[in-house]
Design a protein. Structure first.
Ligand code: HEC
Length: 206
């Protein structure tokens, strides 16, 4: 009898302990999936641009594993709000990443990245919300011109002033990303890269 009572009380303690573990886990569980723990994004998050999903002339992915939701917004004719974890790149050297909800209300939670890329991999040159700039100005100053439904994604016809980077130029940069396994550079791509180089050397550095 004594043994049976001990077993029962041990069981009761075990149940209590496991119930409190569950309660703790539930308390730590975010109220909604969108209010997830901060995304860990570092240089290793980025790689060959062509390993991402191509939509029209740019590439995207989702660092939180939610690429279908990202694709759905990108393919919607009426736009939408990109889910946390979304990463979009037009050229291998720049990226915009949708951070967790509330990370940066001013930039609609987008973080901008300027990347240094080579066959050795990726280094983060600059990252941040409203201050990161490239050779023609601050990322956010241009991208905030997109009308609300496009969630700061410019493309063409979304309200942003156009940039002098042609589709031939961005395509050539995508096809020659040194982090990818590349074919030899086509004469057309070599010409587009030369024109891009000339264009960039005309811009005053900021
Ligand atoms: C002078 C204005 C301007 C600046 C500065 C600028 N962008 Fe853009 N960006 C654009 C425009 C316009 C497009 C659309 C180009 C197209 O589709 O032909 C674009 C395209 C993109 C895209 C592809 C998705 C989209 O919005 O069409 C990404 C990603 C991007 N830019 C990131 C950046 C990052 C990161 C920076 C800063 C390091 C930056 N941009 C700086 C104007 C700008």
């Amino acid at each position: 009898m004594k043994t049976a009572a001990m077993i029962i009380s041990t069981l009761a303690v075990a149940l209590l302990v496991s119930a409190s573990v569950v309660a703790q886990q539930m308390a730590g569980t975010p109220a909604s999936p969108e209010a997830a723990t901060p995304l860990q994004i570092d240089a290793k998050s980025f790689g060959c641009i062509r390993d991402m999903k191509q939509v029209r002339h740019f590439y995207l992915d989702n660092f939180a594993g939610n690429v279908d939701a990202t694709l759905a917004v990108a393919k919607s004719a009426t736009g939408g709000t990109y889910p946390p974890g979304t990463v979009i790149q037009l050229v291998p050297q720049e990226a915009m990443v949708k951070r967790e909800k509330g990370a940066s209300p001013e930039t609609h939670d987008w973080e901008f990245f300027a990347l240094k890329i080579s066959s050795d991999g990726t280094e983060i040159d600059k990252r941040g919300f409203s201050d990161v700039a490239n050779f023609s100005g601050k990322c956010f100053s241009c991208h905030e011109q997109a009308s609300a439904q496009w969630d700061l994604v410019c493309e063409t016809g979304h309200g942003c002033a156009p940039i002098p980077i042609t589709r031939k130029m961005s395509g050539a940069l995508q096809r020659t990303d040194p982090r990818c396994k590349n074919e030899s550079v086509s004469p057309e791509d070599a010409e587009a890269l030369k024109q891009l180089n000339d264009l960039m050397s005309q811009q005053a550095p900021r």
